[in-house]
Design a protein around this ligand. Structure first.
Ligand code: PAF
Length: 294
């Protein structure tokens, strides 16, 4: 696997790839790779000829007081994992390569409506930073396909809309969340947890499962279900951020009658802010109105 840090070299390398008629899949990361990222690489290998991974801790998506400075950097280990997973090329640029006019002078991409909800409300500017860097990575790499984890459901939704809105010819693919044996979604931020916190953090996924079950059982008192879930995760030692039931397609708060739902949650455990989600399809509920018999 080749590692490139300069945009000019990346472009010249990928020009050759395209001239050979090979397709390119992009897997964007901020490094500190875990099995979830490696799943994305495997998926990318199934879908394209050449897999380009990126490692860039994007300062634009961190707010003041967040963990930009202490975000774990493990480049050598990451390279080894990528190489073992069959990644073809790693693009690991410096900040000045990505933001040549400085981060405060960067043209910003903003997806309206959904960018300021949920994670966007707790982390102002976060999704503008994500949309901007992903748009730039598209322009740098010109991938045919880009693969993102479904663990960041809102991020994936925003990236899909940005890609469509800007008429960018990239197929966005979501890849299922990878979990540890206890159900905790893998995340680089799990590294901030002690062993005990890591164990207690599994309450988040359990609360998603319990809420999903209640939805399947026709409970449509969404505010009450969310409050119940918040209390359960607080009992496990979480500090609440948000726990909502949203329409899976629009991301707006779900209304009784919506059938494609997603439960979105974020909460603080020790030094980590963890997020998780669960998609729930209730179109086949037993009590759904049966189709008219003709
Ligand atoms: O999901 C992430 O790791 C980041 O938000 C991404 C997509 C690499 C953009 O910096």
């Amino acid at each position: 696997m080749q590692t490139i840090s300069k945009l000019i070299e990346l472009r010249s390398h990928l020009r050759g790839v395209r001239q050979n008629g090979q397709t390119i899949a992009m897997v964007a990361t901020m490094g500190n790779l875990h099995a979830g990222h490696i799943e994305l690489i495997h998926r990318a290998r199934e879908l394209a000829d050449i897999v380009v991974a990126t490692i860039f801790v994007n300062p634009l998506q961190f707010g003041s007081g967040e963990d930009l400075e202490k975000y774990p950097k493990t480049l050598e280990e990451d390279k080894l994992q990528l190489e073992n997973a069959g990644c073809h090329l790693l693009f690991a640029p410096t900040e000045s390569e990505v933001y040549p006019h400085g981060r405060d002078n960067q043209t910003i991409v903003e997806v309206p409506a959904t960018s300021n909800l949920y994670c966007g409300s707790s982390r102002p500017g976060h999704f503008q930073g994500v949309a901007t860097v992903v748009c730039k990575l598209y322009s740098m790499i010109h991938p045919d396909i880009a693969i993102f984890g479904q663990k960041d459901y809102q991020q994936l939704h925003i990236i899909r809309q940005m890609t469509q809105d800007l008429s960018i010819d990239v197929k966005v693919v979501g890849s299922p969340t990878t979990r540890n044996q206890e159900g905790l979604a893998l995340s680089s931020r799990n590294g901030y947890l002690t062993a005990d916190e890591r164990h207690r953090a599994t309450a988040l996924y359990k609360a998603l499962q319990t809420t999903a079950q209640a939805l399947q059982n026709n409970n449509d008192d969404f505010p009450q279900l969310c409050e119940q879930a918040q209390l359960t995760i607080e009992e496990a030692g979480f500090k609440r951020d948000y726990f909502v039931i949203a329409n899976a397609d629009t991301l707006m708060l779900a209304q009784p009658g919506d059938k494609q739902l997603v439960i979105l949650a974020a909460a603080y455990m020790g030094a980590a802010r963890l997020i998780d989600n669960k998609v729930v399809d209730i179109s086949n509920q037993i009590n759904s109105i049966p189709p008219a018999i003709s």
